[in-house]
Design a protein around this ligand. Sequence first.
Ligand code: GLU
Length: 418
Amino acid sequence: MKQQYNPYDNVLKVVDHAASMLGYKEKEYAILKYPERELQVSMPVVMDDGSLKVFEGFRVQHSTARGPAKGGVRFHPGVNHDEVKALAAWMTFKCAVVNIPYGGGKGGIICDPSGMSERELHALTSKYTAAIAPLIGPEQDIPAPDVGSNAHVMAWMMDTYSMLKGHSVLGVVTGKPIGLGGILGRNEATGRGVMFTINNLLKKENRPIEGTSVVVQGMGNVGSITAKLLHRQGMKIIAVSDVSGGVYDPNGLDIPGILAYLSGGKNLLKDFDAPGINHISNAELLELDTTVLVPAALENQINGENAERIKAKYVVEAANGPTTLEADDILQARGIKLVPDILANAGGVVVSYFEWVQNIQELCWSEERVNSELKNIMDTAFEAVWEIAEQRDTTLRTGAYLISVKRVVEARQGRGVF
Ligand code: GLU
């Protein structure tokens, strides 16, 4: 029987590989294989029909070696413990590769937010925040949005935590609404970071931006904004998808039209129609002939089953963990270059960092400043990863881990064993 995919095993193998290339002995980095602290919580919620439903959730702090734990909270029916552990570990290495002073953490609640009312979601969020309150705080662990959560949810988390403390604590979460300590540009930050990454990649490969074809899987915050920004700079977005399936037009899609159609939050792409549109499945979308493929949905999308059939020249991981290790090897052997999640999608946490700095220092940055500081950080990190991957004749994923594992191990060593 085929072994079930475990994203945490995936992370450990990547870390092992980078650590051995760095010449570390097992005992020097063994700590990175164990999350520092984990909490499993259950939240009873009175549903709108009067029934009582018990939800389960997690908060995992993978590492605080370089600073407070940082990472989003996922609201999704498929959330599980190993997934949250993997997502927390990816945050540790993501923050390290872009060199912001954070460790990594992640939370998750097993729920389907699309099938819940506003009141039910509010109650669930407040219960979850109260349950994890002993672990979080601006100096300990700072949650943020992830799949299925948003600025609205962050406002509820901030409110619950503040009620427990007896005063407003803006810096306990990032990704908040602008009027509540949020920062201009945070909503677009992950997609904007993906755009900077794609631009850096195309430049290195001597390819134009204008007219280059792109396929985007996922129309959540990251996928939709990535598609919007890439389209705006003249790239040809030939296919996009959401949970219901994808739409494809080899001549390029009308992205503003599609985003307007999706903006109410209730419409699905399977019901979208326009001249030239072909409806395809998510599996077909991943295998389209395109220059750039941007998986911006969930983990395990490009795997041993389909990697041989991927026709893209470049894969830029806007989601966390969309490509399995087995697929990594296949893509590499086939000459397909991949920019890893911990680098490509770091824009969100970078601007979360600016938001947190803004909150604890009680100042306010302009959107131009946010975007230009974000660009600096993304460009610097891309250059460093590209360079080390060339020097060591390895993939960009391994390059990103060579940098980040070294930073985390050195922080751990510098602190000594408590
Ligand atoms: N959920 C996002 C990520 O996976 C953002 C995390 C944050 O801003 O803390 O990177």
